[in-house]
Design a protein around this ligand. Structure first.
Ligand SMILES: *Cc1c(COP(=O)(O)O)cnc(C)c1O
Length: 388
């Protein structure tokens, strides 16, 4: 059980703002914020190199913290500046040949799909989009049917940016393994939100961001790459942080996932993200997920009582993202009224997830996203304003 009073005390802004945009950027808990600021102070005091040496234990804990969160080895974790670059460093690491195929899903994230289109244009890869099942989640049978001898990769989004859907990642992982195909999971919205176990999911690569449900600082991200799979691809960029220049004409990549890292990075951000993961682990991912689901179900239930509301969330299993639009109001206007009352939400637009929203004939949606520190009273307030 989450001690809601205590977690709210540990995020002082909860008393001033209603944070319902946790899928966009969730507020850092005060101990996380303090860890970031303390390191910046240290850098200002003694310079960044010495500050990093003195903080080496905190920096190093990044790998152990994520290994505990995702159930993997610390050697399979890399720090990357955001989830998109983490995902890119895997996707662009494949040596695709013309006619190679990538299987994805209808709810795929915009930036990922742009990368598919990019390599379709420049390398001639073919994009296969698996249909949804009746519930609106990706159809595992459709994925299975799309696989050919040329399929190199299955890349899907776990929880999409534009709705409360949770795609069946474990079932997709089983198909990938049965067919010997690599599986890249965009877990940007699911990391810190619901329990993630890379062994149970069976993914080879997983990307996540710091600022969303993990409540870390902005401009931080993480990549998981399993040790067998990472040897099959080559990082698209190689610098002195990713490889050793061992002879005039030769280099050796680092043996582990850190070959996907850059030498230079935001050290305070990495420390902050490690602290955020520890904070999440201390609360317990099962407990936070149970509370998030309870709050989201309550919010959907309250909204659905008004006949002007169309809920947007699909899938068998729903999460903390709750999307809707009002028949009689543009989502941007609904958001503006909420923002005026210090309620943060966001609006999902077609270009964020064109396959999905276009197919459903939706131009945009109000996206609310609850976290464990939100309260039933805040839900009442949001509904009162949204339905006014
Ligand atoms: C936010 C988001 C991303 C991008 O994450 P960044 O850290 O901003 O690069 C990728 N995929 C999904 C599903 C997202 O919601």
């Amino acid at each position: 059980m989450i001690d809601v009073k205590r977690v709210r005390e540990q995020t002082a802004s909860c008393g001033r703002h209603v944070h319902f945009n946790n899928a966009g950027a969730s507020p850092m808990a005060d101990p996380v914020k303090s860890a970031v600021i303390a390191h910046i102070e240290k850098e200002a005091e003694m310079g960044g190199y010495r500050a990093a040496r003195e903080a080496s234990a905190q920096i190093d804990d990044f790998y152990d913290a994520f290994a505990a969160l995702l159930n993997c080895e610390r050697t399979e974790i890399a720090y990357v500046e955001n989830a998109t670059r983490a995902w890119d460093s895997v996707f662009y690491g494949f040596d695709f040949k013309p006619g190679d195929r990538v299987v994805t899903c209808m709810s795929e994230y915009g930036s990922n799909y742009l990368a598919f289109l990019h390599l379709a244009r420049t390398k001639g890869i073919i994009i296969d989009v698996a249909a949804n099942d009746a519930s609106g989640q990706v159809s595992v049978a459709a994925i299975r049917q799309l696989i050919t001898s040329r399929t190199r990769l299955i890349a899907i989004t776990h929880v999409p940016t534009q709705g409360g859907l949770v795609n069946p990642a474990e079932e997709v992982g089983a198909v990938a393994r049965q067919n010997g195909i690599r599986f890249l999971l965009d877990a940007c919205q699911s990391i810190g939100h619901l329990p993630l176990d890379v062994k149970a999911i069976g993914c080879d690569f997983l990307s996540g961001t710091g600022r969303k449900y993990l409540r870390g600082p902005r401009g931080t991200g993480v990549l998981y790459a399993n040790m067998q799979a990472l040897a099959e691809i080559h990082p698209p960029f190689v610098d002195i942080g990713a490889a050793k220049w061992v002879s005039r004409d030769g280099y050796e990549l680092l043996p582990d996932a850190r070959r996907f890292e850059n030498w230079e990075y935001h050290v305070a951000g990495k420390i902050g993200l490690a602290a955020a993961v520890r904070y999440a682990l201390n609360l317990g991912v099962d407990a936070t997920w149970a509370r998030i689901r309870g709050l989201a179900d309550m919010l959907r239930g309250e909204l659905a009582r008004d006949s002007r509301i169309r809920l947007g969330d699909q899938g068998e299993k729903k999460c903390g993202i709750v999307t809707f639009h009002r028949d009689d109001e543009h989502p941007q206007d609904t958001m503006r009224r909420l923002e005026d009352a210090r309620v943060s939400v966001s609006v999902s637009e077609q270009c964020d997830a064109r396959l999905d929203l276009e197919a459903r004939g939706i131009a945009s949606l109000v996206r609310t996203s609850v976290h464990y520190f939100n309260t039933e009273a805040e839900i009442e307030k949001v509904c009162r304003i949204a339905l006014a």
